[in-house]
Design a protein around this ligand. Structure first.
Ligand code: ADP
Ligand code: MG
Length: 716
């Protein structure tokens, strides 16, 4: 027989633990619990809280209850030496009961008039009043005597192991092992953590406890406050370790590389901003400040600029590009589609009209000779600013590339970023996204990237109204759209597919026959609803030239109604377009719907979006569409989407990059995550590689968990 308790360690096999034995050990193994350490870290999945005090008018004879009330009447009667009865009445606004103690005269001193007590026991009816003989009494007006009923842990179970057996086994392990746990958070760190956790609004009644206390209280919480403190401490630690790894990685990613320093100065700043035909918004100015600070450094900026559609990110990017050019370097702007690349090219050419800055465009529809020329001028440095589609920019040669801007990188995905080098230096990187990233994602998957957020919209923006369209409203809605056209506005009609016969992966889908397609809708609308107006058709199967031509006609007002697939989703800027109809809306994701809606909030007219669905489900029955209607704030939508679908669906699980957590939950514990991130950044700013002696244990834990993520050999 193995004498376990005296020398139990975390690696002691479960079978040798008190109360386990070989057969129970086999059952525990089904839960993945093989050692004492596994049991120590097998946290309760929930708790059983003591029932709240019962109302007096609800108690029933013989059923144990707890009651809270005030002593209103008390009397000690001595019958003979050593024999006494103490009786009192406990009352609250639901009634009164009587309590009795035999031969305990000291009760008369404790249970005096007007004291607040909780009593627990079994009521007996005596006449019209319930009576408790020798109930358990807790004084509620004398704090340190409170001995409230216990909160019980609820553990995951497996066949043949009962809840209270599990409680007994784990309790013995915790008793033995909790005192030996390594404290990775010295008290100064815990105190700072407590401040930060309170700053994010978590109601901590006491400081985050040490590891031994936290471990004991997570298993057997004395009360709710201490449970919250214990859980916060353990979750915070887990998140802090992750955020430290991120912060170190963020630092290492950039400090080992060489970029050219391109600080802004008042003169340069004035020269750039004078070229903008409007005042920058506060958020734009703040974003520019952060970016200029990054670009002044000798290691690359690695920043994500996120802002809702139309928030004016492009202007910020143009500033950064001009800063690079002002320092004699080149800059490149990569767009996801040719339509967008051309639009950016035009914007830049307009802003830089009559300046010495030379702007180039590289896209698929250029002739071979033109392309060669652009490549040559890029390599020789004759082109200062190059705009192009992402696909064409791989392996491009630059004379001296100082900045690389990637527009509308809204597909989540790590490591698929293009890396360009030019002139022997590493360019600064600015990635722009109009799909707001949920905060938890920004702090985990994008945790190694710096983040700037633009929330404020440029002034004079019209609002967008969103409607959930019922089928029977279709006629009226089209009438409304015609009304807008009469006033000189333009309209979008968006559908999920190009043609009705189009093959899809969901070919078994019985609804696929009546799925909205742009071709059918185009035919119907042109000849009927919008007869007499100019209706255009745009989709991804058209050639690049055709697409560009149609977009051009739409933005010049020659086309009144554009029927389109989501080709128009990204970046298109036509301020006069104010109405959008989305067909088959249930087929679009929230982010995509919001992107689409952004197309009609560009000018200073009110925008209108109406969504219709295919099949039997009306828009009101669709959770996603209801959320879409309820808010216009892209950040709120992103959070809602993330909560509805969870990380698993948005990111394929393997490359998700969402670290798995034992106790913390990156969605539920968002505030803790924020606090952990702040603290990690502070710590790494002060001690970049965490070399201080007091952090040795923390660092060890970090390396054990995140060594692979910190190995940057694959990045360089
Ligand atoms: P985003 O790329 O964030 O979707 P853009 O940079 O394309 O947004 O800006 C949207 C529109 O707003 C453009 O027409 C742009 O010229 C205009 N704009 C940007 N910043 C301002 C500003 N500070 N004041 C007025 N208009 C602005
Ligand atoms: Mg844009």
């Amino acid at each position: 027989m193995h004498d376990s308790t005296s020398q139990m360690t975390r690696s002691t096999p479960a079978q040798f633990l008190p109360g386990v034995g070989p057969s129970r050990a086999l059952r525990l193994e089904k839960l993945g619990l093989r050692t004492a350490g596994d049991l120590l870290f097998c946290f309760p999945r929930n708790y059983e809280f003591p029932a709240p005090p019962e109302r007096i008018d609800r108690i029933r004879e013989g059923q144990p209850v707890s009651l809270v009330g005030t002593i209103v009447d008390a009397e000690l009667v001595s019958r003979s030496p050593g024999k006494s009865v103490f009786g009192a009445v406990v009352q609250n606004d639901t009634g009164a009961v009587r309590i009795l103690f035999f031969n305990q005269p000291f009760r008369a001193e404790q249970l005096t008039f007007d004291r607040q007590v909780m009593i627990s026991g079994e009521p007996k009816l005596n006449g019209l009043r319930f009576e408790f003989v020798h109930p358990k009494v807790t004084f509620l007006d004398e704090e340190d005597e409170i001995e409230s009923p216990k909160i019980l842990p609820i553990y995951p179970l497996t066949d043949g192991v009962k809840q209270n057996e599990m409680r007994r086994i784990i309790s013995a392990v915790v008793e033995q092992l909790a005192p030996d746990l390594t404290e990775v958070l010295p008290v100064e760190l815990r105190d700072r953590a407590t401040e930060l956790v309170r700053d994010v609004g978590i109601d901590l009644r006491q400081p985050l406890p040490d590891i031994e206390t936290a471990m004991k209280h997570i298993h057997w919480p004395p009360d709710k406050d201490q449970l919250r403190a214990a859980r916060s401490r353990l979750a915070f630690q887990e998140l802090l370790v992750m955020q430290l790894a991120m912060a170190i990685r963020r630092r290492r990613l950039t400090t080992n590389l060489q970029s050219s320093s391109m600080p802004s100065d008042p003169l340069l700043d004035a020269r750039i901003t004078n070229r903008f035909p409007f005042e920058l918004t506060g958020d734009q100015v703040a974003a520019i400040k952060e970016i200029s600070r990054d670009m002044a450094r000798q290691f690359p900026m690695n920043r994500l600029l996120q802002g809702d559609v139309g928030s004016g990110k492009t202007v910020v990017a143009i500033y950064a590009m001009m800063l690079a050019v002002g320092h004699g370097n080149q800059a490149v702007l990569m767009a996801p589609t040719e339509v967008l690349a051309r639009q950016h090219y035009q914007t830049l050419s307009r802003i830089l009209d009559c300046s010495r800055v030379r702007v180039g465009l590289l896209c698929g529809s250029l002739g071979a000779a033109e392309k060669r020329e652009v490549l040559r001028h890029t390599a020789s440095g004759e082109i200062d600013l190059l705009v192009g589609t992402q696909a064409l920019l791989h392996g491009l040669e630059f004379k001296s590339l100082g900045l690389c801007v990637i527009d509308e990188q809204h597909k989540f995905g790590v490591g698929q970023r293009v890396r360009l080098r030019g002139g022997g230096i590493d360019p600064h990187y600015l990635v722009m996204s109009a799909t707001p990233i949920p905060r938890s994602v920004a702090m985990t998957i994008f945790g190694d990237t710096d983040l700037t957020t633009i929330k404020e919209k440029p002034p004079g923006r019209g609002v967008v109204k969103t409607y959930l369209g019922r089928d029977e409203w279709r006629r009226r809605w089209w009438e409304f759209v015609r009304g807008q056209l009469k006033e000189g506005r333009q309209a979008f009609v968006v559908a999920p597919r190009v043609s009705a016969s189009q093959d899809t992966t969901a070919s078994s889908d019985e609804a696929s026959e009546d799925v909205s397609s742009v071709e059918t809708i185009f035919d119907q609308l042109r000849d009927d609803v919008f007869a007499g107006y100019n209706v255009g058709l745009l989709h991804g199967r058209l050639s690049a030239e055709e697409k560009t031509q149609i977009m051009q006609q739409f933005s010049e007002g020659e086309i009144d109604v554009l029927v389109s697939t989501t080709v128009i989703e990204v970046g298109i800027d036509v301020p006069n377009a104010t109405v959008m109809t989305i067909m088959g809306a249930e087929r679009f994701g929230l982010a995509q719907l919001h992107q689409l809606r952004g197309r009609v909030s560009r000018g200073n007219h009110t925008g209108h979006v109406c969504v219709f669905t295919d099949g039997n489900q009306s828009p009101e029955e669709n959770e996603r569409l209801k959320v879409f209607e309820s808010t216009n704030d892209g950040f709120e939508l992103a959070e809602a989407d993330f909560k509805m679908r969870g990380p698993g669906e948005i990111f394929s699980s393997k490359q998700s990059g969402m670290p798995s957590m034992m106790i913390a939950d990156v969605i539920e514990d968002l505030d803790l995550l924020q606090a952990a991130r702040t603290m990690a950044q502070e710590m790494v700013d002060e001690d970049p590689e965490l070399e201080s002696e007091s952090l040795a244990d923390l660092k060890k834990q970090l390396m054990r968990r995140y060594e692979r993520q910190l190995d940057l050999s694959d990045v360089a």
